[in-house]
Design a binder for this molecule. Structure first.
Ligand SMILES: C[S@@+](CC[C@H](N)C(=O)[O-])C[C@H]1O[C@@H](n2cnc3c(N)ncnc32)[C@H](O)[C@@H]1O
Length: 597
């Protein structure tokens, strides 16, 4: 019986532990149940909780059984009604008796709930709960069911051009599939339907029905296919790294989808340019040692290991951009830890609905009084309480934070870290391209970081500017959803001139989740500078000039302005013109003149 008490304690987060549900269970010491069994129970119960809440409330069991708490009633009714093995407790255990006494009423309410949602069999109902699909035999879903099923997320598959080609895959793995240019046909198709959609924005990206299972297919197992959300393909594509860019850094790399995408793009460029000589390297940093192991595996599986150097357990912020190994780095992809608010399923499907004892009273008393009166229980029960139920974290950023820290504190801590990474990337002497991305929907982690970075001394000094929409790779130039502005969220950093701010927001790319575009929530922006390192000492040598004048603080988040060194011979070979002064530079100059006068 400890299984149910432990599950209840996990779901209510009695320990006030931070982190994802999975990490809280697997890191918990002194568990009597096995972590895998506990994890399976709490995830299953949370999936079914919206249905079970209603069933438990309508059965009146909470009113009659004082030993049952709402959460125990959910857990036990789940196993009673849905688990093959039934309730995992001795037959005479007091809690088992408390729930099984009401088996007939609970089963009847459960059947009613199933029929009300339009499912004629338990299997179809299960399919719906497990996959979010309608699981129906008929194609015309009843309207109440259609409302309950949210917009589906396609299964995005990137063809890994390091191992195969799009055409090879269309001729083999997907031979016999029909094609559609209507994504909604993909998202509404049954899981087994052999239908595909070729993405119009990202090369070599396909969409398949939401739960299409290719996980055992030889093409997937051998690394020819990679499951990667469309939005997550934007950064490597936007970076547009080519043979001119020398080495490329992926600063926050695990599990490695963007690393291998980046490598595939570089390798294609190299083939097209038929260049000999030194092979460009992708240097992939991953601070977390465990995640670096996954990164290594992914890189190997994708056939990227001859181009990628994994810096496992290494903090990108601790890297000296001027070191010998780094001076050839021409482009950087930054996809740092974030709140993950754009991840599909992070919030909407991860809520726990608890039965409300007061609702029990209302329903039972009214239903007992007049059976003829029509009940008006809401189709989707109101949220009584939300437990911290998150699917597997994309990374560890939030896991280390305390539960009681407010959202604002979290966003503030995350955006400070994100800004540090971005301004650090701007210090690489030969770098001319950067992409910055998050799977967050928050302005604070996205446009705000971009704008703050752009007005930083390092950005101004080295001539970094936003990659404007008109300069973006063709597929993303056509992407409609752009950056947003939220009034009052930026303080003195809101100092770009109106036109420049417009360009910046237009240069930012956003994806929303739960729309007909079928992406997760995502954000990406590109930065470029047109010159090379020696520009800093030339017309745009704001650092030196400012130092001489003794104005402006020397440090930007811990990076000294004085760290700009001498021009590097190797970098000059890459070529490039001096960066034209930006509006910011002009403003700076004007201010300096004023002050001198
Ligand atoms: C959002 S995930 C990256 C996902 C990855 N780009 C992909 O597409 O597969 C962020 C990763 O950055 C790592 N990370 C965070 N801070 C870092 C730092 N200072 N240096 C290197 N890696 C870092 C985290 O451990 C995490 O694995």
């Amino acid at each position: 019986m400890s299984l149910y008490y432990e599950a209840a304690s996990i779901l209510t987060n009695a320990d006030k532990a931070g982190g994802s549900l999975k990490s809280r269970i697997f890191n918990k010491k002194d568990l009597k149940s096995t972590p895998a069994q506990l994890f399976a129970l709490v995830t299953e119960v949370s999936k079914w909780s919206a249905v079970l809440k209603e069933v438990v409330e309508r059965s009146g069991v909470l009113k009659e059984e004082r030993k049952l708490t709402p959460i125990l009633a959910l857990l036990l009714s789940h196993d009673l009604l849905l688990s093959k093995g039934g309730i995992a407790a001795p037959a005479n255990h007091v809690l088992k008796l408390a729930i099984t006494r009401h088996k007939a009423r609970l089963s009847a309410e459960f059947t009613k709930a199933r029929l009300k949602q339009g499912f004629s069999t338990l299997e179809a109902f299960r399919e719906h709960i497990n996959t979010g699909s309608d699981g129906s035999e008929d194609t015309a879903a009843p309207s109440n069911r259609a409302q309950a099923v949210s917009i589906q997320h396609p299964r995005w598959v990137r063809i890994n051009t390091l191992r195969t080609t799009l055409q090879q895959q269309l001729d083999t793995t997907f031979a016999g599939y029909s094609y559609t240019d209507d994504l909604s046909k993909i998202t509404s198709a049954s899981n087994k339907a052999e239908i595909l959609y070729q993405d119009p924005h990202i090369p070599s990206l396909l969409a398949l029905p939401p739960r299409a299972d290719l996980s055992k297919h030889p093409a997937y197992v051998s690394g020819q296919l990679i499951f990667q959300d469309k939005a997550s393909c934007f950064p490597a594509y936007l970076l547009d790294a080519n043979t001119e860019d020398a080495d490329v850094i992926d600063a926050c790399a695990a599990p490695g989808n963007k690393t291998t995408h980046l490598t595939a793009i570089l390798s294609e460029c190299r083939k097209r340019a038929a260049r000999g000589g030194r092979v460009q390297r992708v240097i992939a940093f991953e601070k977390d040692k465990q995640r670096a192991t996954t990164l290594n595996k992914m890189v190997k599986l994708a056939g990227a290991d001859d181009m990628v150097t994994v810096k496992g357990g290494q903090d990108f912020l601790a890297v000296d951009p001027e070191s010998e190994e780094m001076v050839r780095v021409g482009a950087l992809l930054l996809d740092p830890s974030c709140s993950g608010s754009g991840i599909v399923g992070r919030d909407d499907s991860a809520k726990l609905f608890l039965p409300d004892p007061n609702t029990v009273k209302e329903i039972t008393s009214s239903s007992h009084k007049s059976k003829k009166r029509k009940r008006r229980a809401p189709a989707i029960p109101a949220l009584t309480k939300t437990a911290a139920l998150e699917p597997e974290e994309q990374d560890t950023a939030l896991e280390n934070m305390q539960d009681d820290s407010t959202l604002n504190d979290r966003l503030s801590a995350l955006s400070t870290f994100q800004l540090r990474l971005l301004t650090h990337a701007m210090r690489f002497p030969a770098a001319r391209k950067i992409t910055y991305s998050t799977c967050s929907l928050y302005f604070e982690e996205n446009e705000s970081v971009v704008l703050r970075a752009l007005v930083s001394p390092i950005a101004k000094g080295r001539g970094w500017r936003i990659l404007k929409r008109g300069e973006q790779v063709e597929g993303l130039r056509r992407w409609e959803k752009r950056g947003i502005w939220e009034d009052g969220k930026l303080g003195e950093e809101d100092m770009l001139e109106k036109e420049e701010k417009k360009d910046v927001l237009e240069g930012c790319i956003r994806c929303e989740k739960g729309t007909k575009e079928g992406t997760m929530g995502f954000f990406v922006a590109g930065f470029v500078r047109d010159g090379v390192r020696d520009d800093v000492g030339g017309d745009n040598g704001l650092y030196k000039k400012r130092d001489a004048e003794g104005d402006e603080a020397d440090d930007w988040l811990g990076f000294s302005d004085n760290e700009v060194g001498e021009p590097n011979q190797e970098l000059n070979e890459i070529g490039g013109n001096p960066a034209p002064p930006t509006i910011q530079h002009k403003k700076e100059k004007k201010n300096r003149k004023k002050r001198k006068a």
